[in-house]
Write a protein that binds this ligand. Sequence first.
Ligand code: GLN
Length: 186
Amino acid sequence: MVAFQGDVSEHVLAMERALGGGGSAVEVRRAGIVPRCNGIVLPGGESTTIAKHLARTGVGDEIRAAARSGVPLMATCAGLIVISQEIVEETRFLPLGLLDVRVVRNAFGSQSESFEANLQVEGFNSPYRAVFIRAPAIVGWDAEVDVLSRIEEIAVAVRGENVMGLAFHPELTGDLRFHEIFLDMI
Ligand code: GLN
């Protein structure tokens, strides 16, 4: 669990619940830990801040190496921005390029910067209630990327081979179905 900033404690709790004692979530704030993890989670928060810490500590390079060698990665909201291929009109940092998607930050407009929506999700047999907080939109993706859910033409949940990207906050509801997908990937 990358833990420099953002919605870390909620993510740890949700993951521990999903694990049900079959593993643990470790908070990562320095280099040397990621290479020993079986999966990596990048929570939401502020993407510019998270990207700065990833670069400063070398944890970003470790995540890149792990993800490229096939270690599962779940990135939510700001985390999704950080691992994307391209951020539209963003020059403050370069994303890690681990998921071949193009994102727009804060894409859902000022009036509804935060909202909830019932999503239809590929493989789920009932709607998923998702919490969006100043969420990014996935506006482009490679043919290899599966879109699991969308709001009109915008993708909000996607999956590459070992990388899942969510525009919303799966740790804020009791619904652990995305955490379960991630644990299955591990
Ligand atoms: N808007 C934030 C950013 O650009 C992301 C918001 C979030 O993670 N809830 O980093």
